[in-house]
Design a protein. Structure first.
Length: 514
């Protein structure tokens, strides 16, 4: 990796930026994540948590003998099965189940290795940015939280205008070659190859220009979503058996980025990304990529499903148990996030806007209460609360009774857990009668101020269930969002293989004139 020259040495720079978009993205990521220390800690925790998930889920599926564990009913039977609880995965007869577990481990271990490699690249890039921020922008690592993003850009543009950058930002290459933006290996951000002096024909650099480069792919995705250019619905031959609902999950987003945007851009000799001319006419090529990724996703369905279920359980089981909110908090759907996001809106600005919209949106949904559910919830909370109170009263005098007294083949501890869950769930469905909520129209207007929705079709209908259902489709419970992601693993291959190839001609025509 090439090092930046000393900050005081501002003579003719001998190094140039190979990928200007990548440079500005790394400049922004360093600011958004608040410095090198936070980035290193984030990447380390991410790698460790992924490694734990892969190893622990493999242990649960391949080592724990669940058939023996199911025979543990009391102290005597549990002592008998203790020696047979754990299996030796290397001394078992081959079976289809063991084959699936082996493939599962190999797949996600390979993914973990790739994640480690990617984390190292991000840390190395952040290391470069640390030097640039401290030595040239004069922003030390302990002051990054006190600086606004526009101030960082103003400092950078000032250095650019005064020709005080330690590198050539916009090189003019003599070779008539085009480099591919799809190289996923880490290459040094700064190259020492001989370049012509940029001062002779230096392009103008503005804040808008920098943000457009950072948001290049995201802007295209926002346009495709808002203009409904992507056929993300199930194939027509499944329509009679399902409701017509758009499928946009994290799995689908990754597939679209890989098939579309990673193949769409090339870098010209001036270091700018442009859309390949041949891309607009390659209908069959894009259709083939969609179908190939769809086939690969189909083969990975069982492994991705297992991993996502176990990961969700490990991530949220403790939260659900401690808060007793078994549906989880509400979250914006991926479709809502892309629908609300504006062109050239950086992530930290967008997150602030959506967080501000979250409170009035949830309060708006809570203002709609079904009287039938409220009556039933009061009944369930009364019965479940009575059972919990009785069992706890018994445990005060005879704590061992929770384990040894059984009713219908289950001990009192089991009934205590079930009753506590029912009590917490039913209580969460009851309105807070001591809290005065605002009118639905006021809450919806507060939400619209942050989401920047038109909402003209809501005027005078804010109190209706039609509008309420429209908002609830955008802001769903966490468990509902998880089930949508799981179903997306199964539905994404169908959409990639059958639905998206149909819209390729119109999609390419739209991109040609966008």
């Amino acid at each position: 990796m090439n090092e930046l020259p000393p900050a005081g040495d501002l003579q003719e720079p001998a190094i140039s930026v190979k990928d200007v978009d990548k440079f500005f993205t790394q400049l922004y990521n360093y600011y958004a994540q608040k410095g090198l220390g936070v980035i290193v800690l984030t990447e380390l925790c991410s790698v460790l948590s992924l490694g734990f998930t892969v190893s622990f889920t493999t242990f649960l599926m391949g080592v724990v003998n669940w058939s023996v564990l199911s025979e543990c009913f009391d102290e005597n039977t549990c002592q008998k099965v203790e020696e047979e609880l754990f299996l030796n995965p290397f001394h078992q007869e081959p079976s289809a189940y063991k084959f699936i577990i082996t493939i599962y481990f190999l797949l996600f271990f390979s993914y973990w290795v790739y994640a480690c490699h990617s984390s190292v690249q991000r840390v190395l890039a952040a290391w470069e940015m640390e030097t640039f921020y401290c030595d040239y922008l004069k922003i030390p690592f302990n002051s990054i939280s006190d600086v606004e993003w526009y101030q960082v850009l103003e400092k950078f543009i000032d250095l650019y205008d005064k020709d005080q950058l330690p590198f050539i930002l916009f090189p003019y290459q003599k070779e008539d070659t085009v480099s591919s933006p799809s190289d996923h290996h880490h290459t040094p951000l700064l190259s020492t190859e001989g370049q012509q002096n940029q001062r002779n024909h230096k392009p103008e650099l503005t804040i808008q220009h920098i943000i457009c480069r950072i948001m290049r792919k995201e802007n295209y995705f926002i346009a495709l979503i808002n203009k409904h250019q992507l056929d993300l619905y199930l194939p027509w031959w499944l329509s009679p058996y399902t409701t017509e609902q758009l499928v946009l999950t994290k799995t689908m987003e990754w597939s679209l980025y890989f098939c579309l945007f990673d193949e769409m851009f090339v870098m010209n000799n001036e270091g700018n990304y442009i859309i390949r001319d041949s891309f607009f006419d390659d209908v069959n090529g894009l259709q083939h990529r969609f179908q190939m990724i769809g086939l690969i996703m189909f083969l990975l369905i069982p492994f991705m499903t297992i991993f996502m279920i176990l990961h969700f359980f490990l991530e949220n089981a403790s939260y659900f148990h401690s808060t007793k909110a078994y549906l989880g908090p509400r979250q914006w759907t991926p479709f809502a996030l892309w629908q609300f996001r504006e062109f050239n809106e950086l992530k930290h600005f967008f997150d602030e806007r959506m967080n501000a919209a979250y409170i009035p949106a949830t309060e708006y949904l809570l203002s709609f209460r079904n009287p039938y559910i409220i009556v039933l919830a009061r009944l369930v909370s009364y019965v479940a609360g009575g059972i919990v109170a009785t069992i706890l009263f018994v445990s005060i005098f005879h704590s061992e009774a929770l384990v040894h007294i059984t009713v219908w083949e289950h001990n009192l501890l089991w009934y205590l857990g079930i009753s506590s869950a029912l009590f917490a769930t039913s209580r969460s469905m009851l309105p807070d009668e001591t809290k005065k909520s605002e009118l639905p129209a006021v809450l919806l207007e507060k939400m619209r101020c942050h989401t920047h929705q038109d909402g003209s079709n809501w005027l005078g209908k804010e109190h209706t269930t039609v509008v309420r259902n429209e908002i609830s489709d955008l802001l769903v419970f966490k468990i509902q969002l998880f089930l949508t992601e799981i179903s997306g693993v199964w539905l994404t291959p169908l959409i990639l293989c059958f639905s998206l190839p149909r819209c390729v001609p119109t999609l390419l025509e739209f991109l040609r004139f966008v």
